[in-house]
Design a protein around this ligand. Structure first.
Ligand SMILES: N[C@@H](CCC(=O)N[C@@H](CS)C(=O)NCC(=O)O)C(=O)O
Length: 223
């Protein structure tokens, strides 16, 4: 049985969404955010202190996009991945990593310098600079999504989960009103997927059952 360590609506939502899309059984271990401060025992399981952590037998993984690739590969064949013999294989890999490296990274600086740091260390101008950075890179998807429903291969794939999580995070950061029209329509489409809806329900149910706060990690505002 696969175990996924997860905080509400944090990056571990990517593998959670992936598990729901694939229909694989899994155990969901909910943690308060940030676990490094609020559940110190987690450091024994994952010395990085970050989530996700996926445990599958002797396999342990801590990168959300790599976990999505792993789950697809282990449960192939699945239309959720693009294979090397398909024309969009390169585009698929690129969008998978674009979602984390290019779209999520700048948002972590927005989160930190607009919300998570104590008031005297907050830096609104840094937060706005990185919000603009994120939106400028996101805008490059506009011509692609104006012509197709999903990022590549004419179907929903793990690349849409990777980029979709960046859009989910942006929504929590109040950046969604600044999405361009085709990106906004794409995000609305992704939120209608059964796998996405089931992942939202799974984390809420697990948080309630395990007595963990249901406040999404990006919405937490330390005093
Ligand atoms: N590149 C990693 C980043 C993992 C990561 O930094 N996760 C954040 C949550 S979104 C975290 O655990 N933050 C808590 C901390 O840094 O203590 C991934 O994509 O999974």
């Amino acid at each position: 049985m696969i175990t996924l360590f997860h905080c509400m609506s944090a990056r571990s939502f990517r593998p959670l969404w992936m598990l729901e899309e694939l229909g694989i059984p899994y155990a969901l271990e909910m943690l308060p955010f940030p676990p490094r401060a609020l559940q110190r025992s987690y450091l024994d399981v994952n010395p990085l202190g970050t989530i996700p952590l996926l445990v599958d037998g002797n396999t342990r993984m801590t990168e959300s996009v790599a976990i999505c690739e792993y789950l697809c590969a282990r449960h192939a064949p699945t239309p959720l991945q693009v294979s090397p013999d398909e024309a969009d294989f390169g585009a698929y890999l690129n969008y998978l990593h674009f979602g984390e490296a290019t779209l999520t990274f700048p948002q972590t600086l927005v989160l930190r310098y607009a919300h998570f740091e104590p008031p005297e260390r907050r830096q609104p101008s840094v937060a706005e600079d990185y919000a603009k950075w994120f939106l400028a890179r996101l805008k490059t998807l506009e011509p692609v999504l104006a012509n197709q429903s999903y990022l590549c291969a004419n179907r929903f794939t793990a690349a849409d989960i990777s980029v979709g999580y960046a859009l989910m995070l942006a929504t929590h950061l109040g950046l969604a009103p600044r999405f361009t029209p085709a990106v906004a329509a794409y995000w609305a489409r992704l939120q209608e997927r059964t796998g996405y809806i089931k992942a939202l329900a799974a984390q809420q149910h697990a948080a309630q059952a395990q007595g963990v706060s249901e406040v999404p990690a990006p919405d937490i505002r330390p005093a």
